[in-house]
Design a protein around this ligand. Sequence first.
Ligand SMILES: Cc1cc2nc3c(=O)[nH]c(=O)nc-3n(C[C@H](O)[C@H](O)[C@H](O)COP(=O)(O)OP(=O)(O)OC[C@H]3O[C@@H](n4cnc5c(N)ncnc54)[C@H](O)[C@@H]3O)c2cc1C
Ligand code: FES
Length: 272
Amino acid sequence: MTKDIYIGEILVNQEIQEDCFLMKVKVASSFENPLPGQFVMIRIAGLNDPFLSRPISIYSFSRGKNDCSIELLYRVVGKGTQILAGLIEGSQVEINGPLGNGFEIKSVKKNIVFISGGIGIAPLSLLIESLRRRADCSSSEMIIYQGFQSASAVIGLNKMQKLCRDINVCTDDGTFGEKGLVTQIFQKDRKNFAPENTIIYACGPKEMLKSLAKILKKSKFSCQVSLEERMACGTGACLGCVVAVKDKNGALAYKRVCADGPVFNLADIIWE
Ligand SMILES: Cc1cc2nc3c(=O)[nH]c(=O)nc-3n(C[C@H](O)[C@H](O)[C@H](O)COP(=O)(O)OP(=O)(O)OC[C@H]3O[C@@H](n4cnc5c(N)ncnc54)[C@H](O)[C@@H]3O)c2cc1C
Ligand code: FES
């Protein structure tokens, strides 16, 4: 699924936490309104290296009179994100998107629980913002569990404090918030949520999502997760991002994270 490629102008590209950047890009007003959970493939404009395009979730989006502004929150982990981090205001980037399916908001529940690990807060943030804007969500309780490796990796708290009723932060090493893994902290509270009144949205490293799958196995909780598989083309062509899932009949199927996802029902994912 290819979308038009937009040339965006970087308005801000600021290191807001160690190795974690917030980039604001101006694009033409024809850019579609993204669904929460959708992402863009981004690379430096004019760089003839298709392998240097990287998938980054849309963290925030706003539409002005003459253009749109996309915010991306990214962590520097390797070559592609290092190049992005070096870009200054006024630099141009190529943006393909919005891509992927996004989170599905089936029916609004009493408890809306978000579980994020590290930079997994990025797609959940746009989801929380859009749910907050919906009139039918005003009586829902938004509860977030945010896990990070340590205090120096904590991001996005101020924003969450404005949007969620209950914020639970933890770090692996106990240097900020509760000590422990985010899935352990959620597990302790799980009994407070009735599955029929609760929807869970999660994003984070594979091991975190695998643990969540174990915790929720055999329960009736509805849980959607956004996967962050490695991607090459990002548009469904190379099959480099396939994951094994159960289809509607429970049979094994392979889905492309970039085109069929990145959001899946947690219970459908087959972990190896
Ligand atoms: C749909 C989607 C949305 C994403 N949204 C965001 C976001 O909002 N913010 C953000 O910071 N990152 C996000 N990512 C992850 C991001 O795309 C990767 O971190 C980035 O592509 C790494 O590129 P690189 O060239 O810097 O690192 P590379 O040189 O390619 O890799 C460096 C190291 O990072 C590891 N790595 C690379 N890609 C991934 C990955 N996808 N998951 C786990 N480890 C990886 C490699 O194994 C290696 O150890 C998203 C990924 C997907 C698929
Ligand atoms: S990255 Fe090429 S098919 Fe998904």
